[in-house]
Structure formats: C-alpha cells, structure tokens
Ligand binder design. Sequence first.
Ligand code: FAD
Length: 407
Amino acid sequence: MTVHNSNGHTNGGGSNTALHVVIVGAGLGGLSAAISCSLAGHKVTVLEQAAKLGEVGAGIQLTPNVTRLLRSWGVYDELRASAVEPHNIWFRRWQTGEAIGVTHLVPNFAADFGAPYWVVHRAHLHEALVERAHALGATIHVKSRIESIDFDVPSVTTTSGLVVYGDLILGCDGLKSVTRRFFLNGNDSGPKETQFCAYRSTVPMDALLGDPELRPLVEKPDLHLWIGPERHVMSYPISGGKTFNMVLSHPHEGPIDPTATQEQLIGEMRNNYEGWDPKLTKIISLIDKTNKWKLMGYERLKSWVHPKGTYVILGDACHAMLPYMSQGAAMAMEDAAALGRVLARASSPKDLPTLTKLFAEIRMDRAYEVQARSALNGRIWHYPDGEDQVARDAGMAATLTGEHYIR
Ligand code: FAD
C-alpha cells in the first residue's frame, strides 16, 4: 500500500491554505467544489474513477443561479463562445404542438436575476470547469476509484490500495455514491426509483433547418417543452446552435434491459410518443441513436456532514432529483459555492466541525425544497387530459398574452 502525501503544509500568517480538501468524483459537483475550495485558498486533490475526464449526455440547462456562479469562478467567458442563450421556453400541447404558455428569458432573466439562462453541451461545461480547477492549482487524478473512507484519520483508499489523506473529504461521487455508504454506516438503502426514464438524444440542427415544416420551430434559439399525459419532451439547441438536444421523459418501472439494441430503443421511443404533435414525431423520426436513462432520486438525509467535520457529502450523492426544474447540477454547484464560502473562514482543521455544520444548515432545506418542486413540476406537466389539465392550461394562457410573467 502506498501512502500518498498527507497535508504537511501550514498556512503562512493567517491565509487559508491550512486545509487539504480531498474530493471524490470529478463530475460537475466535484469540479465546482474544486474551484470554490481553491478560491477559498485551500489545497485540493480530486480523485475520479473514470480513465478519462468527461460527462455523460449532451445538453444541460444552466439557469441564472448557475451562470452567476460561473462568472464569479472565472468560467463564464470560457463557456460563453459555445453557450446558447435561448429567448423563450415554449410550453406546447402534446397532440398539436400548440403553445399553451411561455416564459420569456430574454431580456427578462438577465435583467431580473443578474445573469443569463444558457443551454450548453455538458462536455463544454465540464472542460471549462476542469481547465479552471487546474489553473487554480487543483490536482485531478483519473483511474482513482475510491472503495473506502476513514473519518478518524481523514483519508480515502482507492481500489489499487493508494491511501490519500486530507483534512476534509468531499463525497461528490453522484447517484451511486460509495462514500455515502460509509457515511451512513451500512444503513444506506440506495437511490429510489422515480418510475420515470428519459431517452437522451441529439439531432443535427442542419437536418431540422433544412425541413420547411420544422425550420420555423427551431430557427430561433428557444426551448420547446411538449407536455402530455405521463410524458414530456424537453428540447433546445446546444453547441453554438449546431445541435438540437432532446430529453424524452416517460414512465418506466423496473430495470432497463442492458441488452436492448439501438433499433429496439428507438422503436420503443417512437411508440411512447405515438399520436403526439406531428412536428415532434417528425423530429423523433430523425433520431438515429439514443440512450435510455433511469431517473432516480434520494430521500432526505438527516445530515450531510460527519460530526468530526472530516466529511461532507454534496450533489447527486445526497439530493439526486428528477430533472424537471433543470436544477440537479445547479444544486450541486450551489452546494460547492456555499462550501467554498464557509471554508474561506477556516484557518485550521479545528474549525471544520463548526463550519461544515454551518454549510449543511445553509444548504439542506434549499436543495430538498428544489427536489420536491421538481417532482411537483412533473405531476403538473403530466396531467391526463381533463379538468386539471384544462385548469393548468387556462392558467398558463395568460403568459401568452403578456398579462402574466412567470417568475
Ligand atoms: P455526477 O455527475 O454523477 O458525478 C459523480 C462523479 O463521481 C463521476 O465523475 C463519477 O465517475 C465519479 N465517481 C463515482 N463513484 C466514484 C468513486 N467510488 N471513486 C471516484 N470517483 C467516483 N441538472 C441541471 O442543473 N440542469 C439540467 O438541465 C439537467 N438536466 C438533466 C437531464 C437528465 C436527463 C438528467 C438525468 C439529469 C439532469 N440534470 C440537470 C442533473 C445533473 O446531470 C446532475 O444533478 C449532476 O450531473 C450531478 O452532479 P454530481 O457531480 O453530483 O454527480
């Protein structure tokens, strides 16, 4: 067994370099934490299980709470070139595509919230975060899967037997978190089924622009959300407008068949949206590759921090949620920002029990509230046609005439 460097360095005259923060997982949450903890003046080591740094899936929506953070972290300008700033979110009736509501994003969001609403390719966001974390001095190790954690002598051990010591371990290891299992001391029942899955797919924008029927729908950089019984489809342009990203949410119970071929998945996807807006089904017919993704969630944990102050869990590992408010990564990034702010006050490991407790107090209610609201969005979007749906659509109609602005 090799013993990696422990935190030998001390701070010089009151700076915040007293801590070594070891981050498990280089996803969007872990990288954000690497940036915020580095900016707070601490030494950061990130351990990622994958052989190569990267992200799964194509598109991600970044609401102003995220773009504001990206600006304060020095990531905004790097990402701006490939980001799309959509003008509107159109809510569409499932059968006809008729607009039933709209949220105007430009100019309202930047004016009201001080930062824009962006849609980006996940790979671009991930790369920008990696670059900034490196520039701030964080070290990122790939092929480093953590299999155990020690809270007494704060350290993690990789599958190859490497022990990495730190003052604070951050569990940013996502939905299948290993560190969470140790934190809960064997009492972790794992992520819960939501009864939903999503197909994640892209279509080249040129294919849509070249079709006279589809062109008017996609020529403006807008988001389109078709809502209907038990299902919805969220779509938007990414990669500077070159790619049309689609997330098709539908009910599904039980495991996903790992042997399903692309042909089977695409056939199943088309069946799921049979009878929907002809423009939407035309777009779906252009999809030649898809991933089927199980949507899982976590129930509220009693705490996110170890009483000794040596471990903090954040991101999907503690509050995985339905993506129906586009806030899963946003909450992980807010967690990271809040942690950076409290750790800026740490001048020695002795401060950690108080400061990590403060972090959890700041973050837990907010993240679980957003998790609950995401589920509520799903219930409202997925009304079967009938009384509730009619009332919902009547309420949203005011947004089309400008009488009501959704905030
Ligand atoms: P992850 O992204 O899962 O990262 C965990 C990292 O830890 C991975 O790199 C993994 O390889 C690594 N790891 C795991 N175990 C170990 C180990 N033992 N040792 C070392 N490394 C390990 N959110 C938004 O804000 N906006 C959106 O528009 C949006 N859309 C979504 C659409 C869909 C269909 C889905 C499914 C989710 C969406 N989300 C969205 C949610 C968002 O993707 C997640 O909330 C976010 O990626 C969570 O980040 P994380 O860093 O906590 O976890």
